[in-house]
Design a protein around this ligand. Structure first.
Ligand SMILES: *Cc1c(COP(=O)(O)O)cnc(C)c1O
Length: 460
């Protein structure tokens, strides 16, 4: 008999979670102004809001916490983390930061000026936030195929390199300090970028003297997809492929809360001393001294260990299989899901699920609210709410895709819990025609509005 797949770990500690009633959830979500970020975690049964900082650390990571060195400067924990980062990414210089957006803040403080242009593949929301906050412009050069939810392409996160080169040619080169490639591409559905594409983007960047930055929160998942989908990589080790991938970049920003399986932390990996020295100044102002910058020693230790565990093939296989299993169950129930399945999440095509809800009434957020009310499952909207307003015209931006993202925390939930999720969404799908009203905005912040927005049912 062929052996089924099994997780390469066992459970040492459990945490109780609470089921609630539909009536309770209806009250809670009204009190939360239909914003899932406003819910208390106890009001959620299965939390798929994000895979960021929600993973389960291993016994080895917890033991690293106990031997952290809290010296202000030159702590052994700093050197342990530096060794892990250099071994896994190849970058000789690094700066610790408290999380990924802090890494962006520090690096962009060096690189960006008002009026600059930053091309890339569907920039992550905080990345875009940091670019637009500096009155610079993020230009999305993701391949067209990415906006067709049903189209199968093994590397739907790729950059359209012709479009990229057009953007570079049509603008003064001095206004394009860097290209940001996000691996995997979260905004387009957790889709990977191929090595060939990264190589080509790097060639273009070098040709025009522009820096290439890899936004690397899910770099290990991207590497797993390269290994399993791209010609020539099947027999290579995950870490070998990761080293090649980073070799094409000048710097990387990292949210360690994703593929490094820690609850908080980030860093910047840098190739050249000059950029490192400039970034160090901003790191000291915004984060902390260069050998801890926003992280305690124990947390740097756990992060170093997490980088090794997060780049093990067996772990990555079990993680990506669990996400794909959730996707297949939902597909079995007829739910329109984005394919191929993302590395960290399953994305539901809300326009197909709820065609009766106009885009002005936020179909993805409407669906996310229904899924919460039915099963206590919290997911995230990746649609017009998150796309926010155009910074110049202040008009709402309506992205090609209205998605509900079910992000799966690492090493946290069982397959039974994933089956429960699929069934809850399946039940909402059965009663989808009865959902006749969407949502409207009552209050919103000027930037990154989706975190704090207040909504109401569209008919009240
Ligand atoms: C999470 C994430 C960030 C921001 O990191 P935080 O740790 O949440 O600040 C940036 N880019 C990508 C691709 C991410 O997934």
């Amino acid at each position: 008999m062929e052996l089924p797949f099994a997780e390469p770990y066992k459970i040492k500690m459990v945490e109780k979670i609470y089921k609630s009633t539909r009536d309770q959830r209806e009250k809670w979500i009204t009190d939360a102004s239909y914003n899932l970020f406003n819910l208390k975690s106890e009001e959620v049964f299965i939390d798929l809001l994000t895979d960021s900082g929600t993973g389960a650390m291993s016994d080895k990571q917890w033991s690293e916490i106990m031997v952290g060195d809290e010296s202000y400067a030159g702590a052994s924990s700093y050197y342990k983390l530096k060794r892990a980062i250099t071994e896994i990414t190849g970058f000789g210089y690094f700066l610790p930061t408290h999380q990924g957006r802090a890494a962006e803040n520090v690096l962009f403080s060096v690189l960006l000026r008002e009026g600059d242009i930053v091309p890339g593949n569907a920039h992550f929301d905080t990345t875009k936030g940091h670019i637009e906050f500096r009155k610079a412009v993020a230009v999305d050069c993701t391949i067209k195929e990415a906006s067709d939810p049903a189209l199968i392409n093994p590397f739907k996160g790729n950059v359209d390199t012709e479009m990229l080169e057009d953007v570079i040619r049509e603008n003064p080169k001095s206004n394009i300090p860097c290209i940001v490639v996000t691996v995997t591409n979260n905004t387009s559905g957790g889709q990977p970028v191929s090595m060939a594409n990264i190589k080509e983007v790097s060639r273009i960047a070098k040709k025009y003297g522009i820096k290439l930055i890899l936004d690397s929160a899910r770099f290990a998942e991207n590497v797993y997809f390269i290994k399993t989908r791209e010609d020539g990589y099947a027999s290579k080790e995950i870490r070998e492929i990761a080293l090649e991938m980073f070799s094409y970049a000048d710097a990387m920003t990292m949210s360690s809360k994703k593929d490094a399986i820690v609850n908080m932390g980030g860093f910047i990996g840098i190739r050249e001393e000059d950029l490192f020295i400039k970034a160090s100044g901003f790191n000291i102002i915004y984060e902390g001294y260069i050998t801890y910058g926003g992280m305690s020693g124990r947390d740097m230790n756990a992060l170093a260990q997490g980088l090794y565990e997060g780049t093990e093939f067996d772990y990555l296989e079990s993680r990506i299989n669990q996400v794909a299993r959730l996707g297949s169950k939902m597909k079995e129930y007829g739910i329109p899901v984005l394919e191929p399945y993302g590395g960290h999440a399953i994305f539901i095509d809300a326009k197909k699920f709820l065609p009766q809800i106009p885009k002005e009434e936020f179909p993805a957020q409407t669906l996310a609210i229904e899924i919460y009310i039915d099963g206590g499952i919290r997911c995230a909207e990746i649609g017009a709410l998150m796309a926010d307003r155009d910074p110049v015209t202040r008009e709402n931006r309506y992205p090609a895709l209205e998605l509900v993202r079910l992000a799966v925390p690492r090493r946290v939930y069982s397959d039974n819990q994933m089956d429960f999720v699929a069934a809850v969404v399946g039940n909402v799908f059965i009663r989808r025609k009865s959902i006749s009203k969407g949502l409207k905005i009552k209050w919103e912040a000027p930037i990154l509005r989706h975190f704090t927005v207040k909504l109401d049912r569209s008919d009240v």
